[in-house]
Design a protein around this ligand. Structure first.
Ligand SMILES: [Fe+2]
Length: 165
């Protein structure tokens, strides 16, 4: 199994999301500072803490598989982070329009992660790496919750206030 092409694909996908998570740890503080509402700043702040844990969990997964934790540049996440930066540049500070933009950028990021972890859980289960699957599922659930919280923030207040600016 370990040398199979399918196993190699699994490892490559792990390396991709590992790069993504490590770069999110660097990018999220900027997104947090850009947020106008405390609700959004807090949501990003707590997801930053979770993201650090996601990095640790991936390192555990590599260890369980007997692989070196190695990051492979994720072009998609690099692009998504760049979009987040440009939405901040293109909107005025202290506005809810900026918050609405930050939420959109953050949800694009979450959806990429949800797709990645969903696939990784499926592969881990198929290969009977059950402990790895458990760790990856835990992160998947946290990504889904973060995404739901962003939807709630947008729908309960931020979009309404942005519409009035
Ligand atoms: Fe994550």
């Amino acid at each position: 199994m370990k040398n199979s092409k399918f196993h190699q694909l699994f490892i490559q996908e792990l390396q991709d999301i590992y790069w993504a998570e490590k770069n999110l740890v660097k990018a999220l503080p900027k997104m947090k500072r850009a947020a106008t509402s405390t609700g959004l700043a807090e949501a990003i702040g707590s997801h930053l803490e979770e993201t650090k844990e996601h990095v640790n969990r991936l390192e555990e997964v590599f260890e369980l598989l007997g692989e070196k934790a190695q990051a492979k540049k994720c072009e998609a996440m690099e692009g998504l982070i760049a979009e987040g930066t440009s939405v901040v540049e293109d909107t005025e500070s202290d506005t809810m329009v900026r918050d609405a933009g930050v939420i959109i950028a953050s949800q694009k990021i979450e959806h990429y992660e949800i797709a990645s972890y969903g696939s990784l859980v499926a592969l881990a289960m198929k290969m009977e790496h059950n402990d790895a699957a458990k760790l990856l599922s835990k992160t998947l659930e946290e990504e889904k919750k973060a995404d739901e919280l962003l939807t709630q923030l947008a729908e309960s207040e931020i979009n309404e206030q942005a519409a009035q600016e």
